[in-house]
Design a protein around this ligand. Structure first.
Ligand SMILES: C[S@@+](CC[C@H](N)C(=O)[O-])C[C@H]1O[C@@H](n2cnc3c(N)ncnc32)[C@H](O)[C@@H]1O
Length: 198
C-alpha cells in the first residue's frame, strides 16, 4: 500500500462551500482534489494500492480527515467538481468517534495530522517530501511508504515537529519547487519504474 497525506492548511471542514468556488471559499480545496486525482488515477483505471489522507485544518470544525481508498472507491471521476462533491458529502456527515463511510471508498474521521501520522506510521516509514531533501533518484522506497506534503504552503514549524517525532526520511523530487499534485505524479513515476524493473 502507498499512502499520501496532504495537509490542507485552510481547507473547509464544514462542507459549507459552493462547488464553483473550491479554490476560494473552500480554502484551496482545489489543490487537494487534484492530489486525489494524481494519487488514484491511471489512464484507464484506478490505482487500487493507494490511499489518500486529506487532513483538513480550516474552518470552524477542524480538524477532520477525509480518506480515499483506491481499493474500494467508486463514483470517482477525473473532473475536479465531482471529486469536490464527494468531499463535501463526507464533510456533511455527522461525526462520531470513529471513521464514517460517506460513499464507497470515501470516509471522514475527526483526526488531526498528529493522530493520522501516529496511526499510519505504526508499521510504515514516513517520507517527508521537501525541496531540500535527499535526491529521490538514489532513494530506495520502503514497503508501504507514507508520504506527507504541504498544499500550496509548506508545513508549519509545529507540523514539522510532528514529522520529526516519526524520524522521517526527507526526499526531494528534483531541483524545482513543484505543486503538490505534481509531486505525487513524480513519486508514482519513480516507484512505477522501480516496480517495472524489479
Ligand atoms: C507548492 S509546494 C509548497 C510551497 C513551496 N515550497 C513554495 O515555496 O512555493 C507544496 C509541497 O510540495 C512539496 N514539494 C514541492 N516541490 C518539491 C520538490 N522538488 N521535492 C520534494 N517535495 C516538494 C513540499 O512538501 C511542499 O510543501
Amino acid at each position: 500500500m502507498k499512502r499520501f497525506v496532504v495537509i490542507g492548511h485552510r481547507a473547509s471542514t464544514t462542507g459549507d462551500f459552493k462547488l464553483d468556488d473550491i479554490a476560494g471559499g473552500a480554502g484551496r480545496l482545489d489543490i487537494l482534489v487534484r492530489c486525489v486525482n494524481a494519487s488514484l488515477f491511471l489512464s484507464h483505471g484506478i490505482r487500487r494500492d493507494v490511499e489518500v489522507y486529506l487532513v483538513l485544518e480550516g474552518g470552524d470544525d477542524a480538524p477532520k480527515t477525509v480518506i480515499f481508498r483506491g481499493e474500494t472507491v467508486r463514483y470517482l471521476n477525473p473532473d475536479e467538481r465531482s471529486t469536490a462533491s464527494l468531499i463535501r458529502n463526507a464533510l456533511m456527515k455527522p461525526l462520531e468517534d470513529r471513521e464514517v463511510l460517506a460513499s464507497p471508498g470515501v470516509s471522514v474521521v475527526r483526526r488531526s495530522l498528529e493522530q493520522v501520522l501516529e496511526e499510519l506510521t505504526r508499521d510504515s516509514k514516513l517520507i517527508y517530501l521537501r525541496e531540500d531533501g535527499t535526491d529521490c533518484r538514489g532513494y530506495e522506497f520502503p514497503e508501504n511508504p507514507v508520504f506527507v506534503m504541504g498544499d500550496d504552503r509548506d508545513p508549519t514549524e509545529e507540523e514539522e515537529r510532528i514529522f520529526e517525532s516519526h524520524d522521517p526520511d526527507r526526499i526531494n523530487l528534483g531541483p524545482k519547487s513543484l505543486h503538490a499534485n505534481h509531486c505525487i505524479v513524480v513519486v508514482h513515476n519513480e516507484m512505477d519504474r522501480r516496480e517495472a524493473s524489479s
